[in-house]
Design a protein around this ligand. Structure first.
Ligand SMILES: NC(=O)c1ccc[n+]([C@@H]2O[C@H](COP(=O)([O-])OP(=O)(O)OC[C@H]3O[C@@H](n4cnc5c(N)ncnc54)[C@H](O)[C@@H]3O)[C@@H](O)[C@H]2O)c1
Length: 260
């Protein structure tokens, strides 16, 4: 039976035009929601309505920039009158060896993955408090929040920070009926991972460690995010839900032969 858990709700999805974010956007719309997608992909943002339908508004926004994040929340309220859910999905990895990593390189990873989640959480929560409480925030972290990977110092450290930010926010905001949870995907078939998994030897190295024997579809991560955002998870707060086909039971593959 089709679900309609998000009828009449308003969500923001950052990174919402591609991969996991796009799957979240599609599912929210399918369940009756209205969505503002915020992304730096100008072309995709320009065609948001054609891609997702009239209940989705696209806004160009760099989630590492504080004024832009504030403007995204304001846009959701201007267009749709309220804000009910904020999905911090924008992120990505710029790999590099720790000893060679410039401070700018490090900061790029921290800004894209951790500053963005901090700013999204801050401005969504401020709006929720203005509305009198309630509201949900979902932070997309990564299995790398728990498990290091070669050349992942900036990314993995930022994602571990996202999980602690999630717990911190749940502590500070839970008394106002605001729930903040993280989802940590394993390996998901999206444009982000395509360059890796297109190389058969690299894909095989990953799959050897993933008991499910395959990558996740973005829709499987979206389903976990929407569960946490729905009233089915009304008593779940400050949690990090790992969605990885049991990969965490085996450890990260040694990809050094494939890395520069
Ligand atoms: N794909 C995976 O295997 C995987 C695994 C674990 C975690 N994740 C996390 O899931 C999230 C989504 O990843 P994906 O695989 O869907 O990637 P993706 O590259 O398909 O989508 C990321 C989106 O974020 C947007 N974006 C990038 N920088 C931005 C910025 N500064 N401001 C606003 N938007 C920005 C991109 O334009 C893109 O549309 C990321 O946070 C990623 O770290 C992905």
């Amino acid at each position: 039976m089709p679900m309609s858990r998000f009828t009449d709700t308003v969500s923001v999805v950052t990174g919402g035009v591609s991969g996991i974010g796009a799957a979240i956007t599609r599912r929210l719309v399918a369940e009756g929601g209205r969505v503002v997608v915020a992304d730096i992909n100008k072309e995709a943002i320009a065609s948001t309505a054609e891609t997702f339908g009239e209940n989705v508004v696209g806004r160009y926004a760099d989630m590492t920039d504080e004024a832009s994040v504030a403007a995204v929340v304001a846009e959701a309220v201007d267009r749709f009158g309220q804000l009910d859910a904020f999905f911090n999905v924008a992120g990505g990895a710029r790999p590099g060896r720790l000893v060679d990593m410039s401070l700018d390189h490090w900061r790029f990873n921290i800004a894209l993955n951790l500053d963005s989640a901090f700013l999204g959480t801050k401005y969504a929560a401020a709006r929720f408090l203005e509305q009198g409480g309630g509201g949900v925030i979902i932070n997309v972290a990564s299995l790398n929040s728990l498990m290091p990977m070669h050349q992942g110092a900036g990314y993995s450290t930022a994602k571990a920070g996202v999980v602690m930010l999630t717990k911190q926010a749940a502590l500070e905001l839970g008394g106002h009926g605001i729930r903040v949870n993280a989802v940590s995907p394993g390996l998901v078939a999206t444009p982000l991972t395509k360059q890796l998994t297109d190389v058969p030897a690299i894909e095989a190295a990953y799959l050897e460690r993933i008991p499910a024997g395959r990558l996740a579809a973005p829709e499987e991560i979206a389903a976990a995010c929407l569960f946490l955002a729905s009233s089915d998870a009304s008593y779940v707060n400050g949690e990090n839900l790992v969605v990885d086909g049991a990969w965490a039971t085996t450890g990260y593959p040694d990809l050094r032969p494939f890395l520069g």
